[in-house]
Design a protein. Structure first.
Lengths: 293, 205
């Protein structure tokens, strides 16, 4: 036994002390201490099997034992979202939702509005596509995918959805919450978004969608729907183009050069927030989101 | 939530042959993917204790059991996306950790997050492992208090590496951070633990 104060331990000694501590912690267990301990109830494995064989279980469904206020909250949120769409006529109205704060009203004029050219929409000659998909989007610095982890300390997590393949460009902007953006060019499988030549954008950045952190300005032509992304609350935002903002410490600053954004899916996983911009529609976009590994 | 089992659970501190476990996991995964719930139950039973410990490190104890059950249900649904040949334990623990973080965030508080000693005056293990240090009960209590005082990231990485005995690679996968970050964060967390244990730290003696 050591008499040395632990504050004087080197790393190896502290590690040893922690390993020793592991044996002294009152760990909860997943199973009864003995098979005869029926009062303790079934173990986790048994409970999981029972739930998996429940004919009423929906694949990927929410937990059925959660308090009843959760579905109520969702209903209330959707009802409020619909109600507040009416408030557009009364001018700008602020709404605090769990996760995102939406401001309804006239969309601010972007200083450099991006052209929203859609296939077949313009009789004018097609402008030359950017050499690198996403280069007109102000996503930060173009990097190789192998540089992402070195630059940001963040492991690359990409959708495994087969229609995507490897991203066509990768962008990093440490100043915007360690933001990493993966861009896929438009193709037969990926219809063009509001960005010319871009079929899908996956962005991740540090931060949760806690109230007040993330803000979005939408108008009456933009529709909001709360969705489930692998068990996480998400928002599918579709319709007219709109803007995204960050808000920190009550001081607003504009993200992404006030870029117009088309249909988008936003969700948080732990302390990371993801966003996918895609013209594939809600269900296909959620499927891509849920294939991220 | 049950307590009192201080034996190393399967998957925690028991050095089974990795290859043997891996092969058996692969067989069970293949059967579970085809809908064999009994095979999946065997997988859950193998990793349920380390899963519960992982959740207990991250979220309030009262939520740990639910977090683990929900994680195993999601993992079952996600099995088709599990990369063949990859180790199963850290993949499962990552889903557990995500679920536990969700509950911690929902709780909006740290209340109930503290790890507890089984018995502060209890006996030291009679045969500590080669990497363990023999400590008096007061020292264990002091160390536990300091560990509980650390911020979540620090506590999670130290817990994963030294309480759950995960390798750096496993901890990286389970916590969803690069392996290099595990190394650097562990080093910084040990430094902060040392400061917390020091005369200016917040541990009462």
């Amino acid at each position: 036994m050591t008499d040395r104060p632990m504050a004087a331990f080197d790393d190896a000694s502290l590690e040893g002390a922690l390993r020793s501590l592991a044996t002294a912690i009152d760990w909860p267990t997943a199973a009864p201490a003995a098979p005869s301990d029926v009062a303790a109830g079934p173990d986790v494995a048994t409970q999981v099997r029972v739930r998996l064989t429940d004919p009423t279980r929906r694949r990927g469904s929410r937990t059925w034992w959660r308090p009843a206020w959760q579905p109520l909250r969702r209903s209330v949120v959707l009802a409020l979202a619909a109600l507040l769409a009416l408030a557009v006529v009364a001018g700008a109205v602020g709404l605090g939702l769990p996760g995102l704060r939406f401001i309804f009203g006239g969309s601010p004029t972007p200083p450099t509005p991006a052209p929203t050219v859609r296939p077949g929409a313009s009789p004018t000659p097609t402008p030359t596509l950017p050499a690198v998909p996403g280069s007109a989007m102000g996503l930060g610095e173009l990097v190789q995918i192998t540089e992402v982890a070195l630059r940001t300390g963040i492991a690359v997590r990409l959708p495994t959805d087969l229609r995507l393949g490897a991203p066509d460009s990768v962008w990093v902007d440490e100043a915007r919450g360690n933001q990493v953006a993966y861009v896929w060019a438009s193709s037969g499988a990926l219809p063009e978004t509001t960005e010319r030549g871009v079929g899908l954008v996956l962005m991740r950045f540090d931060g949760t969608t806690d109230p007040g952190f993330y803000e979005k300005t939408i108008g009456s032509g933009t529709h909001l729907e709360m969705v489930d992304v692998n068990g996480h609350d998400g928002y599918w935002i579709a319709g007219d183009p709109h803007f995204f903002y960050y808000v920190r410490d009550g001081e607003r600053f504009v993200e992404e050069n006030r870029r117009w954004v088309g249909d988008a899916l936003v969700w948080s996983d732990g302390t990371t927030t993801f966003r996918i911009e895609s013209a594939l529609g809600r269900d296909a976009t959620i499927a891509i989101a849920e294939s991220i590994e | 939530m049950r307590h009192g089992n201080h034996r190393p659970p399967a998957g925690v501190g028991v050095r089974l042959s990795w290859r043997a476990v891996h092969i058996e996991d692969a067989e069970l995964i293949a059967r579970a993917r085809s809908g064999d719930v009994t095979a999946y139950e065997s997988i859950v039973r193998r990793y349920q204790d380390v899963a519960v410990r992982t959740a207990y490190l991250i979220c309030p104890e009262t939520d740990a059991d639910d977090a683990v059950q929900e994680a195993f249900l999601k993992a079952f649904d996600a099995l088709p996306r599990f990369r063949e040949g990859a180790p199963l334990r850290p993949w499962l623990l990552r889903i557990v950790a995500n679920e536990a973080r969700n509950r911690r965030r929902s709780a909006g508080r740290r209340h109930g997050l503290a790890l507890r000693a089984a018995d502060a005056a209890g006996p030291q293990p009679t045969t500590p492992g080669p990497e363990q240090i023999v400590m008096a009960a007061e020292q264990r209590s002091e160390l536990l208090t300091a560990l509980n005082a650390l911020r979540d990231d620090d506590r999670e990485v130290l817990g994963a590496r030294f309480l759950l005995d995960l390798s750096e690679a496993e901890a990286a996968e389970a916590l969803g951070i690069p392996r290099g970050t595990v190394k650097s964060r562990t080093s910084r967390a040990l430094g902060r633990l040392r400061v917390t244990l020091g005369p200016d730290g917040m541990v009462e003696r």
